[in-house]
Design a protein around this ligand. Structure first.
Ligand SMILES: *Cc1c(COP(=O)(O)O)cnc(C)c1O
Length: 389
């Protein structure tokens, strides 16, 4: 594994790997943080005499390599690849795995941009997809055809916080000879490790919890399948949507505090979810940490904690939900998620507007929170005033 040089013995604790995997001290100066190699090309020692294998920064860049080794270690894979965005990672994965005539099963709740990629882009190249409720393994099995090559899962899902049993779907995928892809953006590898549960590839928008500070857009793929890892790396270079050195450095920096951040995100979200379930103006709270959530037991089995994302429905319909978003002050009104600062949004009009009139359309009275790591009491007070208390 990639951390061999700088973690003593067989240290494999997540928190330790997050800080050390890939973060080899700079051989020239001993700098303990990998430098930002802001460079496009590398001097060769004679034709073909590459130093450390670097020849051109689309193919490989040392700062990106550090991040890629770190990502592979954290997800328990053998190959990590860093991209310019989560969607760039998804695009590379789909064009590696699929050819015209193939079929994919996608979830009935997913990031709106992922759905748009299937519905508006990939479908134009002769790839068909079926939408299934992936929280129901029987529904996924029923959606398979003899042309299915990929089952795509997002758990917890965006924005309805649905939970899919990754191990159960891995069994179905293995039996059918198809690849199981898990978008692990909402959980992060600290809370959930899909490869260990049988998934073939993990997808991340590192823009979210991995970066964690709302200051970078990035994406990642991780696999434990060496041959697939080679194919993905070939396509990453051939297609070119790589993470730049500074973006890779920001994500690597963010990951060092991932474990402590996810613990606090989860604690704060638990307190907020409990307050919302008791609030008279809230008709439903979607948070996998709540015992009444239909996926609670599976989430408790496959996740270390329940994360920082909560959605809830407000009495009074769309306008009431929009009003709550507008009245919040400490929760910033904005798209995206996973940063240290709390965000609030209306999925129907914002992140999931592109899913309108599709099987992935979201309820109009839905509000989504990305609970940050501020003091929980301050967050609770802000939500109470936004709800009109
Ligand atoms: C944001 C997001 C993406 C897309 O990632 P970008 O970095 O915005 O391209 C994919 N999946 C999920 C679950 C996301 O939240």
């Amino acid at each position: 594994m990639s951390d061999e040089h700088n973690t003593p013995g067989a240290v494999r604790s997540f928190e330790t790997l997050a800080i050390h995997a890939g973060n080899t001290a700079d051989p020239l100066t001993g700098a303990v943080v990998p430098p930002i190699y802001q460079v496009s090309t590398y001097k060769q020692d004679g034709v073909g005499g590459l130093r450390g294998g670097y020849e051109y920064s689309r193919s490989a860049n040392p700062t990106r390599t550090a991040l890629e080794e770190n990502l592979a270690a954290l997800e328990g894979g053998t190959r990590g690849l860093a991209f310019a965005s989560g969607l760039a990672a998804e695009d590379c994965l789909l064009r590696t795995l699929l050819v015209p005539g193939d079929h994919v099963v996608i979830p009935n709740d997913a990031y709106g941009g992922t759905f748009r990629l299937f519905a508006k882009v990939v479908s134009r190249w002769g790839v068909e997809f079926s939408v299934a409720d992936t929280s129901d393994p029987a529904a996924v099995r029923a959606a398979l055809t003899d042309r299915t090559k990929v089952i795509w899962v997002e758990t917890p899902s965006n924005p309805l916080l649905g939970i899919t049993d990754i191990a159960a779907l891995a069994d179905i995928a293995r039996t059918a000879g198809v690849k199981l892809v898990v978008d692990n953006t909402f959980a992060s590898p600290y809370l959930q490790q899909p490869l260990a549960l049988g998934a073939d590839v993990v997808v991340h928008s590192t823009t979210k919890y991995m970066g964690g500070h709302s200051d970078v857009v990035g994406g990642a793929l991780v696999t434990g399948d060496a041959a697939l890892g080679e194919e993905l790396a070939y396509h990453q270079n051939a297609m070119g949507a790589v993470a730049g050195p500074f973006d890779a450095w920001l994500v690597l920096r963010g990951i060092k505090t991932l474990a402590v951040r996810m613990d606090r995100h989860s604690e704060n979200a638990t307190r907020i979810a409990e307050m919302l379930t008791r609030h008279p103006r809230v008709t439903q709270v979607l948070y996998p940490g709540l015992p009444e959530h239909p996926g609670h037991e599976i989430a408790a089995k496959q996740m270390r904690a329940f994360g920082g994302m909560i959605s809830f429905r407000v009495e009074g319909g769309e306008q009431a939900a929009v009003d709550v978003c507008n009245k919040a002050k400490l929760f910033t009104l904005g798209e995206s998620l996973g940063g240290v600062e709390s965000l609030i949004e209306h999925p129907g009009r914002m992140t999931h507007a592109s899913a309108a009139n599709s099987p992935l359309e979201v309820p109009a009275d839905l509000v989504r929170l990305s609970v940050g790591i501020e003091a929980a009491d301050d967050l609770l007070a802000d939500l109470r005033q936004a709800l009109g208390d």
